[in-house]
Design a protein around this ligand. Structure first.
Ligand SMILES: [Zn+2]
Length: 363
């Protein structure tokens, strides 16, 4: 039986959780995981550490991790007209945000990222260039500063307000239905709530041969900050990072054909060989590839032209071997992303099977 229902994935993606403000998403994960793990612990930084005792067959100490935070904004000041001025918290794609719906603060106050109407297109530059992130303002419909201040405070977080949806033809499904094994989904924060969902599924299954720590990290999007703290504390023998990653497999100008896209949707989970901040040790990489082959699990390599992950955070102090397996997500770091459920489930199967036989690597 899977822990993952349609309703659980909906709540995982729709719950706001900017870097440093992961309380709501952490509570959701902890409540759902509670029956399946031996202990749950929140460290001083806010990382959630779920411990699942092993069968005792192996003395390894294994961590798998996914980050809870999503790209967001923080309110820095409220002006006399009641508009909210913000600073980015993580790498939001500025070309995707104008006119988009957001939610502000713990009360989820609805708002819109302000945009000037095209009728005023005298200044061509404003209408042809991406907006400057630090110039964005948010309109919560307040008539003045005082009214805005009654609902929002400086320091409140702003996240996109995007409903989760199952795409394509499918029978009507209620919220308790198991998450389908095929089809595509859209929602915000698929990076990295899909990793969180995959980690929850691994923790809810049968025990592994070794003691297993599932770490739901904080503040990945602003510099892998939670992972460093958790890695230093747990001192694992090996680390698996579960991610949502870039997927630019779009129609585009011809030069796109000479550089392969980082990943392609529907071509299986993406295995990292090397990225901008981490090299997967060859024997761990070969273990993943052998496992995929043995079990007939499709996969793709992530083209090494983008990104960094918590792998660099976890391994910063002790240099443990770390693998990275990711679900490709189109339109990552924007208000809405699209991912393939087949890629997602194959990733879970690949990680689970690789963990079951991990001991052989260390003999
Ligand atoms: Zn991520």
């Amino acid at each position: 039986m899977s822990i993952l229902t349609l309703g659980l994935l909906r709540r995982l993606t729709e719950t706001p959780g900017g870097p440093g403000d992961e309380r709501a998403i952490r509570d959701l994960i902890a409540r759902a995981l509670y029956p399946y793990v031996d202990t749950l612990h929140t460290d001083p930084m806010g990382n959630l550490i779920a411990f699942k005792r092993g069968t005792g067959a192996s003395s390894l100490r294994v961590v798998a991790a996914a980050h809870m935070d999503e790209v967001a904004f923080m309110v820095t000041r409220i002006d006399d007209d009641g508009f909210l001025h913000v600073a980015p918290s993580g790498g939001v794609n500025p070309r995707t945000v104008l006119g988009k719906r957001v939610q502000v603060g713990p009360e989820h106050i609805p708002g819109v990222i302000a945009v000037r109407p095209p009728h005023l297109a005298k200044d061509r530059e404003e209408f042809t260039q991406a907006p400057k992130i630090h110039e964005l303002v948010i309109d919560i419909g307040a008539k003045d500063k005082e009214q805005a201040q009654s609902q929002v405070k400086p320091g409140h977080y702003v996240t996109f307000q995007t409903p989760f949806r199952l795409l394509g033809p499918h029978p009507p499904l209620d919220e308790d239905a198991p998450l389908p094994s095929t089809g595509r989904i859209q929602g915000k924060a698929l990076d990295d709530r899909l990793g969180c969902a995959a980690l929850m599924e691994l923790l809810a299954g049968e025990p592994f041969p070794f003691d297993f720590y599932g770490v739901f990290t904080v503040q990945e999007e602003i510099g892998l900050r939670g992972a460093r703290v958790a890695g230093n504390r747990l001192q694992p023998d090996v680390v698996f990072i579960l991610e949502g990653t870039v997927c630019p497999d779009l129609p585009g100008p011809p030069h796109h054909k000479t550089t392969p896209p980082t990943t392609r949707l529907g071509h299986g989970p993406a295995i990292t060989q090397v990225d901008r901040s981490h090299i997967v040790p060859p024997r761990l990489l070969q273990h993943l590839l052998r496992t995929a082959q043995t079990h007939g699990i499709p996969y793709q390599f992530k083209h090494p032209n983008a990104g960094g992950t918590d792998a660099a955070g976890f391994t910063r102090f002790r240099g443990e071997p770390a693998a990275i397996i990711a679900t490709p997500c189109r339109y990552i770091h924007s208000p809405v992303a699209i991912a393939d459920l087949g890629d997602f489930w194959h990733g879970i199967h690949l990680v689970r099977a690789s963990l079951q036989t991990l001991d052989a690597l260390f003999l």
